[in-house]
Ligand binder design. Structure first.
Ligand SMILES: NC(=O)c1ccc[n+]([C@@H]2O[C@H](COP(=O)([O-])OP(=O)(O)OC[C@H]3O[C@@H](n4cnc5c(N)ncnc54)[C@H](O)[C@@H]3O)[C@@H](O)[C@H]2O)c1
Length: 408
């Protein structure tokens, strides 16, 4: 089948490569000329396990080509960003993609939206737009569930939900995905598929908010939240999530707003978002207490990790940004390190510089590299603040852990 993928980011590119590997003729289109230039040389524009090798394979075979001009396909698969603007899913990029493909649509063309969209977006906004073409276009929504860092494996192994505007659209989409997905593929209507995706990420956000609330309560009552959660999770029907410095990434802190934006019923969801968005300020408040406790004047804070999760280079919506903004407001100096992220909103420094020059270390991301951290004997570090509970307590300086009142 001839497939045109629109948007070659963290989702579009792996999907394109897997479809090309499965024997389809895939053309990738993106508005980012730099990304296309890199892909034309067979170079993946971001780090993701296995993507470089797979890209080179399909590039060599000629089954995956890319460009900045659109080409006709039997299928158009849209994987463009859908950011949250004022608590609503902004469909601007989806509409741009649909407007761009409009002249290329024919009777029977299948249009698949992989981008996460708000419930009813397909029925209320995308279908009416496609209807103006005056042709029998098949529309489906196939939300993506893969985890950054293990995207390729999860894209193949995970179960998928395919929502069709019609049964024929769902069936044809399911057949296409069956060419590379080994998990189960469940067919449903398009609004149910939209809701499933947003529900999945909302479930995670609300549960993380609960863990974060337990974390703050634990500090008040004088216990270690990590110990308490481990013990509570020994209950056969309890699975409390982990607290942390805030929720990041492209999905979890964004998607729950799509429910808040469309329904007044989303009260718990709204509160959970606010709890998680409040964590960076909570971390900075604690950090300032430790700075005062150690009587450090004009401290330099060394920030360990800015990506939103461990061992990946994805820093979108990272709580590190909000924490750094708060440090700037407090007029604190800082040095920032991340072993994976290449460019960030502030300059990044080598780890060596942090351990040699900072007065305190604030661990935001639990990259494996930090678990093995060694401080030089003459390091000026006076304390460490670990928001992920991963640092060993074997240093000769105090290690304070978010949510652990026992070692404060
Ligand atoms: N990254 C994830 O882990 C993940 C997981 C599940 C769902 N999603 C959803 O998938 C969608 C895509 O996410 P992503 O992480 O791949 O985003 P991304 O930012 O990595 O990639 C999007 C790409 O689309 C391109 N683009 C933007 N507008 C375009 C247009 N009009 N025409 C062609 N290309 C255009 C951009 O240049 C970019 O390369 C979003 O809706 C996101 O919420 C992402």
């Amino acid at each position: 089948m001839n497939i045109t993928i629109i948007g070659l980011g963290y989702i579009g590119l792996p999907t394109a490569c897997l479809l090309a590997q499965a024997g389809h003729t895939v053309y990738g289109y993106d508005v980012d000329a730099k990304k296309i230039a890199s892909l034309q040389q067979g170079k993946a524009p971001f780090e993701e396990r296995g993507i470089q090798t797979l890209l080179q394979d399909v590039h060599k075979q000629g089954s995956f080509t890319v460009g900045t001009t659109l080409k006709k396909g039997d299928v158009f698969l849209i994987a463009v960003p859908t950011p949250d603007i004022n608590h609503k899913a902004d469909l601007k990029f989806v509409f741009q993609a649909i407007d761009a493909i409009t002249p290329l649509l024919e009777d029977g063309t299948l249009v698949i939206i992989e981008s996460t969209i708000a419930p009813r977006a397909s029925v209320d906004e995308i279908l009416p737009r496609l209807a103006t073409v005056g042709k029998n276009i098949l529309l489906a929504h196939c939300p993506e569930r893969a985890i950054p860092g293990n995207t390729l494996e999860e894209m193949v192994k995970n179960d998928r939900i395919v929502g069709g505007a019609t049964q024929e659209a769902a069936k044809r989409t399911a057949e296409l995905y069956a060419s590379f997905v080994r998990g189960n593929i469940y067919q449903t209507d398009i609004t149910t598929a939209e809701c499933c995706k947003v529900m999945e990420n909302t479930f995670r956000d609300v549960n993380i908010a609960l863990a974060n609330e337990f974390c703050k309560i634990s500090e008040e009552v004088g216990i270690n939240v990590w110990e308490a959660i481990t013990l509570a999770n020994k209950h056969p029907r309890v699975h409390i999530h982990q607290p942390g410095p805030g929720v990041g990434g492209h999905c979890i802190p964004v998607d729950p707003w799509f429910f808040v934006g469309i329904s007044k019923q989303a009260e718990l969801i709204h509160t959970a978002r606010n709890v998680n968005d409040g964590m960076p300020a909570y971390v900075v408040k604690n950090l300032m207490q430790y700075v005062r406790k150690h009587k450090i004047k004009n401290p330099v804070i060394g920030i360990l990790g800015v990506s939103y999760k461990k061992n990946v280079d994805d820093a979108r919506e990272t709580p590190a940004s909000t924490i750094i903004e708060a440090l700037c407001k407090e007029k604190l100096s800082f040095l920032v390190h991340d072993p994976y992220v290449k460019t960030f909103s502030v300059p990044l420094s080598p780890l060596k510089e942090l351990v040699e020059k900072a007065d305190a270390l604030l661990l935001i991301t639990d990259h494996d590299e930090y678990v093995k951290l060694v401080l030089p004997k003459d390091s000026p570090i006076k304390f460490m603040y670990d928001t992920r509970n991963v640092l060993p307590h074997t240093f000769n300086v105090p290690v304070y852990t978010l949510g652990n009142a026992k070692n404060i």
